[in-house]
Design a protein around this ligand. Structure first.
Ligand code: ZN
Ligand code: ZN
Length: 263
């Protein structure tokens, strides 16, 4: 069974058929999904999804583009959500210099505050980083030593991947690895041990080939696993099994009962 380590089923693109789609996951070979909050509303809806579906767990945190929503009061509200037994990570948090929607200093401030929050609650982090390779690594080296987590939708060079693996982090790989222009990520996958990779959709975005441009969903991770298998010259079953065990270990989810382990 596939483990999707990063999805946004709270997105309005799933409003019309969310229930139908999620009810098919088991049958399609998808066993567990982490629904990741990006905004305050997204955090709330992620937790709601975990109440509806036993196989969905949540990460809560505020995306760099949305850090304008954060103040001491809303930050305290996010922290309260971490007490929920099905919230297994802080995320997605990080830096996004591609859109530069929030001033970089504001992004950095809340990135650091949320890393500290993860440390306080002994939770892993889901890191979002786009066009901000140097600053993200710098912040992580200063504030994320000893933490665990995943650099989701990894878009940097193999050198950066090596740095994160050295720090004990995982590399999140999704649809981009199937793209013809996904050369850099293909190289990262080749060079990174399978024991350090996680599968992720980031759905509804970034559908793999041959669905590129369409709405993404966890079922399409079979295509991603296949491409990783090809790049690493192992069978697809191995990719699915190893990445699932990686994710279970990182998020502390018990294999048999699909329950969060007591930590
Ligand atoms: Zn992201
Ligand atoms: Zn995301």
């Amino acid at each position: 069974m596939i483990f999707d380590s990063h999805a946004h089923y709270d997105d309005e693109q799933f409003d019309a058929d969310r229930e139908q789609l999620l009810s098919h996951m088991k049958k399609e070979g998808v066993g567990t999904i982490i629904n990741v909050g990006a905004s305050l509303e997204g955090c709330k809806r992620s937790v709601e999804l975990t109440e509806q579906y036993p196989f969905i767990f949540a990460a809560v945190g505020v995306h760099p583009d949305e850090t304008g929503e954060l103040n001491e009061e809303t930050f305290a509200w996010v922290e309260q959500l971490l007490d929920n037994g099905k919230v297994v990570a802080v995320g997605e948090i990080g830096l996004d210099y591609h859109w530069d929607i929030q001033p970089r200093e504001v992004q950095k401030k809340w990135f650091i505050r949320q890393l500290e929050l993860a440390r306080k609650h002994n939770l892993p982090v889901c890191i979002h980083s786009r066009d901000a390779a140097d600053d993200t690594l710098h912040v992580m080296k200063e504030h994320a030593q000893g933490l665990s987590g995943v650099i989701h939708c990894f878009s940097y060079s193999p050198e950066f991947a090596r740095e994160y693996v050295k720090m004990g982090f995982y590399i999140g790989v999704g649809g981009v690895v199937t793209f013809k222009n996904g050369k850099k990520l293909k190289q990262v996958v080749k060079e990174t041990p399978l024991e350090r990779l996680l599968l992720e959709t980031d759905c509804p975005y970034l559908a793999p080939e041959p669905y590129r441009g369409k709405r993404n969903c966890s079922i399409y991770l079979h295509q991603v696993a296949q491409e990783i298998a090809r790049l690493k010259d192992v069978d697809v079953r191995t990719v699915v099994d190893v990445t699932r065990e990686n994710a279970r270990k990182l998020f502390g989810i018990n294999a048999k009962e699909n329950l969060k382990e007591k930590i």
